[in-house]
Ligand binder design. Sequence first.
Ligand code: NZQ
Ligand code: ZN
Length: 389
Amino acid sequence: MKNFIFENATKVYFGQGCVKEYLACLTRKYGDTVMLCYGGGSIKENGIYEEITSILIAAGKTVVEFSGIMSNPTYEKVMEGAKLARENHVGLMLGVGGGSVMDCCKAISIAARYEGDVWADFWAAPGIFEFEPLPLGVIVTVAGTGSECNGGAVITNEKLKVKTGRDYPACNPKFALLDPTYTYSVPQFQMVSGGFDILSHIMEIYFSQPDEDNVSDDIAEALMRGVIRDLRSAILDPEDYTARSNLMWEATMAENRIIKLGKRTDFECHQMEHQLVAYTNCNHGAGLAVLHPVYYRHIYKEGLAKFKRFAICVWGISTDGKTDEEIALAGIEALEDFIVEIGLPVTLQDLGVEKDIDLKTIADSCAIVSGSYKKLTHEEIFSIFQECF
Ligand code: NZQ
Ligand code: ZN
């Protein structure tokens, strides 16, 4: 394994009833005003809004609401939230939702306390910063991104046509409340999209050096098998508590830095998907589902032993009479079959991308990472996009 330092500053409260039990106490030390941040209103339909606001009001808090955080949150929305937080002298931001709400809140937590150009100084410039962002707590309502336990925030700058993410450890939420029953109302398409995002995060880490036996890869394989099993169960019964609670924790485990320890990590698929979003505003997990099998057919030869191991250990592919290459390809095919089985798209057309889209421009705008088994060129990314069509 590569050398590492590990810290995760987020305190997690997990399980049915955890919001009722701990929220009031957790907000106590952050002043009188809480900014309640949420998305398009699902929390008003499923009762979560009512439950949270009544706890906050009973705790004597003034609640400032910031709603309408869209999927793939924009820089403009971040600046709107930062202004509201400043004007109301907010002591704590409480993000209630999925990755989009949590990411937008993290970006607001920086922007609310920074006078300069937030895009240029933070989103276009990775690194560390020397001030304490506005404290943030999160309540997760859909399992997927794992944003609840890291400092990562992915923001779309619509003017520049760039979607990019940074992981600033200071942006880790102070606390994260994870009640699996809050995810029962997630529509099936969004549930499987979030589920595939979990799988994608694990694969993006697993398919990278080092490949010799290591703890991170062993955990990753167990997590991948779990996501596949739990998604199948949650599709059959959306209120299967075991499946929902496993998915929620698998999402956190995939992105709380633990399985990244000692690994280089890839994330080229995420780079490609983020730029597809910048140009088409497609759904994150669904976009990844389209890209992964095609991307893997482009790189498997450079990581043959690992793709063989993936086929055997994750998908149970039999090795009888097959060459290593055939086993590796059977694993990628099993991944693709699973995508179809759970109802996610396998082509860009299925994803709703218009025929006349300029795939070359999108391909040229993608960042190229160094952790992939095969360093892509913009030409090859263009080919991948064309094959995805
Ligand atoms: O907006 P509302 O009305 O709340 O509806 C949301 C939204 O339409 C709905 N939803 C959430 N909880 C629900 C629910 N509907 C019914 N019942 C519930 N309990 O789900 C929809 C999607 O929500 P969203 O937050 O957009 O999805 P997701 O969690 O997949 O987040 C995607 C964003 O996270 C970023 C992505 O790029 C994308 O912008 N990512 C963040 C990462 C991170 N910070 O570590 C890593 C990821 O790779 C990812 O890039
Ligand atoms: Zn993702």
